[in-house]
Ligand binder design. Structure first.
Ligand code: FES
Length: 263
């Protein structure tokens, strides 16, 4: 881009106008078959918003945590189907996209308090996990690199701890289930394994018990909650926006200035 000259009326001098460093290069993408030209480098989510889409579902944290923005796409001349989180993946020229904000899957219900924490309980709640034919399609599409097929194998053989640890990064996007021809709801099964391991198998953390005591028995936070519940919406907004935020670089010893409600 060539530079231009313009007069500075205040001083009567001639200023050199720099070319815009923010000139945007647009690239074509296709959303459910329709072409849009969007800025290169945008995430899929931002690009779709730029194109005029408004996310009502299929978008939550925008930070790769909530799993709400599962996306599938293809690239020109490539047989492969790709999967991604729309908030974490940059657009590529000519990608063909479709959002997959929710994928219906069997979610077994149980009385969690009554579970003993045995593998057989998971087997009984989700017998379809034995339909797994070890094709590994679930692991291949996982945007969090969870070894989904292996986790299912650990559950089948009764190793809940290993399953829970390996599935720790699962964010429940459901993409694994969308590809499973055994119709297994892996993300629900893995979540149950994690809950069972955390709640019924792993040694209990001392600080958790202390926190539960402070909430349930000492009612330590009741006055603060009452204060908040009595506030107007505007005051609540003010308190929220002015709250002290932990600096990103803070060490373990960091404490907020107001610490009367800390344990
Ligand atoms: S919006 Fe939460 S993971 Fe993308």
């Amino acid at each position: 881009m060539s530079s231009k000259k313009k007069e500075n009326p205040a001083e009567g001098t001639v200023l050199e106008e720099k070319p815009s460093e923010t000139a945007i290069k647009l690239i074509p993408i296709y959303v459910m078959g329709k072409r849009y030209d969007v800025p290169e480098g945008y995430t899929i989510m931002k690009a779709m918003e730029y194109a005029g889409y408004k996310f009502i579902r299929g978008c939550g944290c925008r930070g790769g945590i909530c799993g709400a923005c599962g996306t599938i796409y293809r690239k020109p001349g490539d047989y492969k189907i790709y999967t991604a989180l729309a908030c974490q993946t940059a657009v590529e020229p000519n990608m063909y996209l479709a959002q997959l904000p929710f994928y219906p899957a069997n979610h077994a219900s149980c009385n969690y308090a009554e579970l003993k924490g045995t593998p057989e309980e998971i087997h009984k709640l989700y017998p379809e996990l034995f339909r797994c034919v070890a094709c590994n399609a679930c692991s291949k599409v996982c945007p969090m690199d969870v070894p989904v097929m292996d986790v299912i194998a650990y559950i089948k053989r009764g190793d809940i701890e290993k399953a829970a640890r390996e599935a720790f990064d699962c964010i429940q996007c459901g993409l694994c289930t969308s590809r499973c021809f055994a119709e297994a709801p892996q993300y629900h099964i893995m979540q149950l394994a994690r809950r069972i391991y955390g709640g019924k198998i792993a040694p209990q953390a001392k600080h958790n018990a202390e926190a539960a005591q402070a909430v349930k028995v000492e009612r330590k936070y009741d006055p603060m909650l009452k204060e908040l519940m009595a506030m107007s919406k505007d005051d609540l907004k003010k308190v929220y926006t002015e709250r002290e935020i932990e600096p990103e670089t803070a060490g373990d010893e960091w404490r907020p200035k107001e610490s009367k409600y800390l344990l």
